[in-house]
Design a protein around this ligand. Structure first.
Ligand SMILES: Nc1ncnc2c1ncn2[C@@H]1O[C@H](COP(=O)(O)OP(=O)(O)O)[C@@H](O)[C@H]1O
Ligand SMILES: [Mg+2]
Length: 508
């Protein structure tokens, strides 16, 4: 926990700010990402920045790091106005940022990635490989990593890649270091090592901005916390004056919990319903550890967690993709081992992944995409396009797919309508288990409502539905019971009673 009481944090907040952002407004097209926001950083502090997805955190940090230079407002470093034109300008001003998206180059070695763009050069313009490897090894060792710097980085687990990427900025000499969701793919021991490194940097007087959804981590590591909501700053406060719950209340806005659809729900998990699929102790040696989950007939089980919590890997494991190092999956009481997605599908498991493009054939007509799930059942030689089209026409009506043309190439439909097509194939051959990753993400309201209606109707027809989402609203709208994943393990299960967004955020 943060030291309260007698010992002040290494950076006393009363020091003159090292960075001030004054009245910052930033719009993208019609979207106002930041609205008149003031934000400042003290020397030698770790400053936590939190807020729901879309609150404006990354936008503010990208302005500070010189990525975006068109904005209203003022930026001052050490009290002097600055006008950054590029990330290189920002680095020259002592500001370095690790972006949310990994920017490692998978085919280069660990050492080359650590020194990306700043390789030590010997006389004559030759890269000093020996020095690069030695220094890379030292830097990584200080993060507790014993990695051969000549290893190709793409061959390492994602958590290690993320730490290596962090080390590049941590040891760049920047006096302001911005970390945008750096711990999403890290295991608890890796997080602990990162935090040790951050505390050492703070002791050297560096300033660190730490953006994270993991509020326990934020409370643990930060001296001060700023909360953004919907493009505005809600509060900046000493961490010792905050709790996880008070931070959540600032993030979602007090009193909002009962006012909007999808902000809360009454769960109706029913343990007397037959278990269709039961997974026990699933581990893949990397992203998921000892996950157990039961899917019941006629119920929607929601799996909630932040990006990188293991949802994707869990869904893939249940559908016969991805390797498991241990665990057991039973379908209707019998142990199954799907060696391919085709075997899983034949056993009655349907899957619509988060990246729909992987599952759909964009240049093929809509009706072919709908009938794909039944091709195994119908003799391919005798499958007549007229019959395929007839099946599709029924679904187009049910699902209100627009435009209602079976022959239209799938790629010409909007994202929401493509999602309906992805669901439509599971209406033709009703599966026992239907796994849906992010079923409504990025859809307009109308398409969302259609998808919600379809998923509920499949549930009411007895399908055991699994909905995985990083959006609390999706889970609270659809789920009858909820499992919360955190860093690859089951953190909490809710099966009955009232839950709201704050419960999900607090558990994850
Ligand atoms: N490059 C961009 N183009 C258009 N809209 C953007 C861009 N970057 C961010 N936005 C929008 O600005 C808002 C804030 O986004 P962001 O700063 O990424 O939030 P956060 O990091 O808190 O999740 C969101 O509505 C997002 O969709
Ligand atoms: Mg962001």
């Amino acid at each position: 926990m943060t030291a309260g009481g007698l010992t002040p944090p290494a950076g006393s907040v009363s020091d003159a700010p090292v960075l001030q952002m004054i009245g910052v407004t930033k719009t993208f097209g019609g979207v106002q990402a930041l609205r008149d926001v003031d934000f400042d950083l003290a020397p030698g502090e770790i400053h936590g920045l939190v807020g729901e997805n879309g609150a404006g955190k990354s936008t503010m940090m990208k302005i500070i790091a010189g990525v975006y230079h068109g904005f209203e407002g003022e930026m001052r470093v050490d009290g002097r106005p600055v006008h950054l034109r590029s990330p290189a300008d920002a680095l020259a001003a002592g500001i370095g940022m690790v972006h949310q998206e990994l920017s490692i180059v998978p085919d280069l070695t660990v050492a080359e990635n650590v020194f990306l763009g700043v390789q030590p050069i010997m006389a004559g313009g030759v890269v000093d490989w020996g020095r690069m490897k030695r220094e890379a090894r030292t830097q990584l060792a200080s993060l507790g990593l014993d990695i051969d710097p000549s290893t190709r980085i793409g061959s390492l687990p994602v958590g290690l890649q993320q730490l290596i990427e962090l080390s590049r900025v941590l040891f760049s000499g920047a006096k302001i270091i911005i970390l945008d969701e750096p711990t999403s793919a890290l295991s608890p021991p890796e997080v602990a090592r990162l935090f040790d490194a951050l505390r050492r940097l703070r002791a050297q007087g560096r300033t660190i901005v730490f953006i994270s959804h993991f509020l326990d981590d934020v409370v643990d590591i930060s001296d001060r916390v700023t909360v953004f909501r919907n493009g505005s700053k809600v509060i900046t406060e000493r961490t010792s004056a905050l709790t996880k719950d008070s931070i959540i209340a600032h993030m979602i806005g007090r009193g909002a919990a009962d006012m909007h659809m999808g902000e809360s729900t009454e769960l109706s998990g029913d343990d007397s319903r037959a278990v269709v699929l039961s997974a026990t102790g699933l581990s893949d040696g990397q992203m998921i550890r000892d996950i157990s989950i039961k899917l019941r007939r006629g119920e929607i089980t929601g799996v909630y967690g932040f990006m990188g919590c293991g949802q994707v890997e869990l869904a893939r494991a249940l559908f016969g993709k991805g390797k498991l190092t241990s665990g057991d999956i039973k379908l209707d009481g019998e142990t199954v081992s799907f060696r391919s997605t085709a075997t899983a599908r034949r056993a009655g498991i349907g899957y619509v992944p988060e990246n729909r493009r992987m599952m759909l054939f964009r240049t093929e007509p809509m009706y072919k995409n709908v009938s794909i799930a039944i091709l195994d059942k119908i003799d391919r030689f005798f499958l007549r396009p007229s019959r395929e089209r007839a099946i599709t026409e029924g679904h187009i009506k049910d699902l209100q797919i627009r435009p209602p043309l079976p022959n239209i190439a799938l790629g010409n439909l909007s994202g929401g309508n493509q999602q309906k097509v992805a669901l439509a194939k599971w209406l033709t051959e009703i599966p026992k288990v239907l796994i849906l990753s992010e079923p409504t993400r990025g859809m307009d309201v109308g398409a969302k409502e259609d998808v919600i209606r379809i998923v509920r109707s499949l549930r009411d027809r007895g399908v055991a539905v699994l909905v995985l989402s990083t959006e609390p609203e999706t889970i609270l709208t659809l789920a009858d019971r909820v499992t919360v994943l955190k860093r690859g393990v089951v953190a909490r299960e809710f099966s009955s009673g009232h839950i709201d967004k704050a419960d999900l955020l607090a558990a994850a």
